[in-house]
Design a binder for this molecule. Structure first.
Ligand SMILES: C[S@@+](CC[C@H](N)C(=O)[O-])C[C@H]1O[C@@H](n2cnc3c(N)ncnc32)[C@H](O)[C@@H]1O
Length: 428
């Protein structure tokens, strides 16, 4: 099947109904398409996932009964059609005709009449439908209600801004490999290549592009001149502050963005560990492109007795598995794949990893705890409990309001992704 709208409907069905991640399903679907259609497929899938509750509401209003069982995928095709009509610049007649045509390649020509009728009614009744959606909070903000409640409790003044930022398209940030070029030098190379961009002094290795572009158009990308990495993620290596010849553990390393950054900043002996062997291959690919070396270990960070050689580490980066609620704008499927109950399970795993990795740190050594979450359970609550229960853990403030009872630096999505960092050293 190479019809882009049909592929979008199938992809969305796999994500929303079958619980698969968009980053797994989308590349597979896109591999069948030319570059222009690939971009369209991505735009439609991201867009529908961003506005899913609103589109579901429209369908509920327009269909006598929801499409169920084997017909469920056609409901996603309706979302695809409605998304183009409401949010894209596709001419209306083309949006309807192309969506109806997709049924041919989905081997359901018998549904053409129904899909055509629903989309035409949607066009006619759009303003009433939009008004009714705006009266329902889940449709107004297009996030699950459990998550909105958690955000309201944690950020009474900022929760709406966070939800709005999550609906935006994420910018493309580059991390300049300062072992090759300074940021100013690389900025000149980008100017010469006609790639418009800005520098952001708060992030010392970072450049943000005005428009995302193919990485192979970036000067020296193949040779390791830069990497694609959000500015907030770039803080990890800078806060860890690696030094030459140190022994460093990156305990949840894949795909290796932060491992490589650590090695760009220092000639250190890095163990890059991850529990996922497939993802660990990505670490090796990234190291290779950048001409760097780390010792990659496929193991579970929560059970170091199975793999640790007994040599303590000078520094440890713990970029633990988390809800990824700080990177929703890059992965809108997170909103529909995560459940409220996952947060408790994740917090337990994070606590286990933190407690079991701590003995591997040298006295006087530094541990940086990191997540791409905005939820306190995974961030400041987690670190505050650890500090309270661990005699030899010393809290190191990252800013003036970073205290042992509300520790860490919480970045919210906006300029950069949402990220959390806390720095802890071990008493000598
Ligand atoms: C947030 S990602 C790490 C991103 C990485 N630090 C980077 O900058 O590219 C979390 C990683 O933890 C890994 N992971 C999950 N559970 C783990 C465990 N028990 N032990 C080690 N790694 C684990 C996942 O496979 C995932 O690659």
């Amino acid at each position: 099947m190479t019809n882009v709208r049909a592929l979008a409907a199938q992809t969305l069905f796999q994500v929303v109904d079958k619980g698969q991640s968009l980053s797994t399903v989308l590349p597979n679907a896109a591999s069948k398409l030319n570059p222009k259609d690939k971009a369209l497929l991505q735009q439609i899938c991201y867009g529908v996932l961003r506005y899913l509750p609103t589109l579901e509401h429209y369908c509920q209003q327009l269909l006598d009964q929801p499409l169920k069982g084997k017909r469920r995928v056609y409901q996603f095709l309706l979302y695809v059609g409605m998304y183009q009509l409401q949010y894209m610049r596709t001419p209306e007649h083309a949006a309807v005709a192309e969506t109806v045509n997709a049924l041919q390649s989905m081997r359901a020509p018998g549904l053409k009449g129904l899909v055509n009728a629903i989309l035409r009614t949607f066009q006619r009744q759009f303003s009433e439908l939009e008004d009714s959606a705006n009266r329902i909070p889940v449709c107004q903000y297009n996030h699950p209600s459990w998550f909105m409640k958690k955000l309201q409790a944690a950020y009474p003044d900022q929760w709406q801004d966070i939800l709005a930022a999550n609906q935006d398209q994420a910018p493309m940030w580059l991390r300049v490999n300062q072992a090759h070029y300074s940021v100013a030098e690389y900025s000149e190379l980008l100017d010469e290549a006609g790639i418009s961009h800005c520098l952001e002094p708060r992030f010392e290795d970072a450049i943000v592009l005005d428009k995302p572009c193919d990485v192979y158009l970036l000067p020296g990308f193949r040779e390791g001149a830069c990497s694609v990495q959000d500015a907030a993620a770039q803080l990890a290596a800078r806060l860890l502050n690696p030094q030459n010849n140190e022994r460093i553990l990156d305990a949840c390393a894949a795909p290796g963005g932060k491992t490589c950054h650590i090695l760009e900043l220092a000639d250190a002996n890095v163990d890059a560990l991850d529990a996922d062997s497939e993802r660990l291959l990505r670490v090796e690919e990234n190291l290779k492109r950048l001409g760097l070396h780390a010792h990659c270990i496929h193991a579970d960070a929560s059970t170091p007795n199975d793999w640790w050689d007994g040599q303590p580490y000078d520094r440890i980066l713990l970029d633990v598995p988390c809800s990824a609620t700080g990177v929703i704008r890059r992965h809108p499927d997170i909103k529909w794949l995560r459940r409220n109950t996952d947060i408790t399970d994740l917090a337990q795993l994070q606590q286990q990893i933190l407690e079991n990795i701590w003995p591997l740190l040298k006295p006087g050594g530094t541990l940086l705890y990191a997540t791409c979450s905005v939820l306190p359970e995974e961030n400041c609550d987690q670190v505050a409990a650890f500090l309270q229960n661990t005699d030899d853990a010393l809290h190191q403030p990252l800013h003036q309001d970073d205290t042992p009872t509300t520790p860490g630096l919480q970045l919210l999505p906006g300029l950069s992704d949402g990220f959390y960092y806390a720095k802890i050293t071990k008493r000598q």
